[in-house]
Design a protein around this ligand. Structure first.
Ligand code: HAM
Length: 421
């Protein structure tokens, strides 16, 4: 039997309702905060991520699904969508076309990581990006929006962590301070860290190797090496979060595993998720738009992992029980009158089901119960002749005769009270 590829997963009926609710909440939060949707291809030129995500990141070094297509072009299944949105922003001169560049996107991402709980090779993100605004008050608004999104999903056991990773002015001095602090300890670190020390010392904070952690925990903090404007920016972001009465912790190791970040970084962690606990993460990336060929626009955003949000959402959320009307023909009645009746119910916005397996009334009633039908409509030859139907309420067992002409309206009235409950 052919099975799904390792690290990918099917989202089955019964589970998909939670995904639908998650997507509805995401879109609704975006509407309230003034974001417009953008959809970009899942496949891009490899160079976009090499340049955008960054050559020194684990994503580009080890995790990309890159292949040469039949035309000889090196292409990559997107490991994240931020570079794609920046590309689209530049390619379509959206700065001139949109009154305000606040964009969101949802869809699958691909990273060749070692699969484990909360970590997949194909996973889904809800991603938000804003271009052209440098003000630290946008940083606090975006963080507040992320926290609101998580709260709207009824995830109450989360934790907000923030940091500042400085800018191109203060970063070189910090990298020097890091290397100086490592000095004689560097040979004790893993091969990846030794490579990172050469390519981008800040990436040493991404290391997950257990034996390296005590050395890394003792390294200098970025926030102690910020230039005056980065320090002011960070203080302003913290003030904004305090004004929103949002609890946060400063996490000195939060440099995030991607090269484009500058100044603010943040994550929201799910407290009961285990090792892969980041529900969402993001930060500021002024300079990336220019780096990818656009004008010098500021940028900031975040992405949430939908699989992890689903895991953290309360068990019952998302299960909207839509009423179902089960329509049964009995005796000599052919299926066409019930088909027309079901069509009329559907046209009126109700969910109607017909069993085409030609089973007994008894087994159809059982089946109606199984699929959660709220009402059953029975049409026999007597009813058909008198233009009537027998309506049975599945919850109470009550039955009544209703005329064919009024049944649709009658059910619409009852069902609307059920939906609103
Ligand atoms: P990221 O931290 O790499 O950031 O990913 C964001 C979120 O995606 C993570 O917090 C996690 O919830 C989820 N995620 C990442 N990898 C996996 C995986 N293998 N399996 C399941 N979930 C995963 C970014 O992708 C940036 N583009 C965020 C951003 C947007 N920064 C600025 N704008």
């Amino acid at each position: 039997m052919i099975q799904a590829i390792r690290g990918t997963h099917d989202i089955l009926p019964g589970e998909v309702e939670r995904w639908q609710r998650l997507e509805v909440v995401a879109r609704e939060v975006c509407r309230r905060y003034g974001y417009q949707e953008i959809r970009t291809p899942v496949i891009e030129q490899e160079e976009l991520f090499a340049k955008g995500t960054g050559e020194s990141t684990d994503i580009v070094q080890k995790e990309m699904y890159t292949f040469t297509d039949k035309g000889g072009e090196k292409v990559t299944l997107r490991p994240e969508v931020t570079p794609s949105i920046v590309r689209a922003f530049v390619e379509h001169t959206l700065d001139q076309k949109l009154p305000i560049s606040k964009l969101y996107s949802m869809g699958p991402m691909f990273r060749y990581e070692r699969p484990q709980k909360g970590r997949y090779r194909q996973f889904h993100q809800f991603d938000v990006e804003v271009f052209g605004i440098e003000a630290p008050s946008l940083d606090s608004e975006i963080i507040e929006m992320a926290a609101k999104f998580v709260a709207e999903l009824e995830i109450n056991d989360s934790e907000l962590i923030i940091n500042s990773v400085g800018c191109k002015n203060c970063r070189p001095a910090f990298s020097q301070a890091l290397l100086a602090a490592l000095d004689d300890k560097l040979p004790q670190l893993c091969a990846d860290c030794r490579r990172r020390a050469e390519t981008n010392p800040l990436r040493i904070f991404d290391c997950k190797v257990v034996a390296d952690q005590s050395i890394i925990d003792g390294l200098p903090h970025t926030v102690d090496h910020l230039c005056p404007s980065c320090r002011d920016h960070f203080n302003e972001v913290k003030r904004g979060l305090e004004a929103y009465a949002l609890d946060y912790q400063i996490s000195h190791r939060l440099v995030r595993g991607i090269d484009y970040y500058m100044r603010t970084t943040f994550e929201i962690l799910g407290k009961h998720l285990g090792a892969q606990d980041a529900l969402l993460g993001g930060g500021r990336y002024d300079g990336l738009v220019k780096h990818l060929g656009g004008s010098d626009y500021a940028g900031i955003g975040y992405a949430a992992g939908l699989e992890r949000l689903i895991m953290a959402m309360p068990e019952a959320s998302g299960l909207i029980n839509f009423p179902i009307v089960y329509v049964i023909a009995i005796g000599e009645v052919s299926s066409s009158p019930v088909q027309v009746l079901a069509r009329d119910l559907r046209n009126a916005g109700l969910s109607a089901f017909i069993d085409y397996k030609v089973r007994s009334l008894r087994s159809q009633m059982k089946h109606a119960d199984k699929i959660g039908a709220t009402h059953v409509l029975i049409v026999g030859s007597n009813e058909l002749e008198r233009r009537e139907v027998l309506l049975r309420n599945m919850a109470t067992g009550d039955q009544e005769i209703i005329t064919r002409d009024t049944i649709v309206d009658h059910l619409c009235k009852i069902e609307s009270t059920l939906v609103n409950k």
